[in-house]
Design a protein around this ligand. Structure first.
Ligand SMILES: [Zn+2]
Length: 150
């Protein structure tokens, strides 16, 4: 890569557009959802509501059932079968495509999304890590990010 191309790539990355509002919420809703049961209270990760555990169809650990509040089909997690410390439950990869109204450039962001559960909590932690960025112009492509991500 020439110095001129490197400089152009650097300038383009500085102007990389911000993700529009709601993108992270959309990624969250695309991830696996859970009904986390602690004692007699159940919490749905899709709608965030808590309700009595006897309101769901069954209470079998790792089986799927519907949230009585939002009807999302989710995996039941019984806290008594859980773990000590923090575990990684699932990962998902997302690609966000953005175009600019001012140019014909295509901007691409790649995200690695992970959901964690911590002991004694019915609220999972969602981690959204941007791993790669690409810019496609009329005749060139630029990439920024770690080499070991896919
Ligand atoms: Zn729900």
């Amino acid at each position: 890569m020439t110095d001129k191309k490197k400089e152009l790539g650097r300038l383009l990355m500085e102007d990389f557009p911000k993700n529009p509002d709601g993108v992270q919420q959309e990624m969250h809703s695309g991830m696996a959802q859970y009904l986390i049961m602690m004692d007699d209270i159940c919490r749905c990760t899709a709608c965030g509501k808590r309700f009595r555990a006897d309101q769901i169809e069954h209470n079998d650990h790792r089986r799927m059932c519907h949230c009585p509040e939002c009807c999302t089909y989710a995996t039941v997690i019984l806290s008594r079968y859980r773990f000590s410390g923090t575990i990684i439950e699932g990962e998902q990869h997302y690609v966000v495509f953005l175009s600019s109204p001012d140019t014909d450039y295509l901007y691409v962001s790649c995200f690695d999304c992970t959901v964690y559960f911590a002991q004694h909590s019915d609220t999972p932690i969602y981690d959204f890590l941007e791993t790669q960025r690409y810019i496609f112009t009329e005749n060139q492509a630029f990439r920024y990010g770690h080499d070991h991500y896919y």
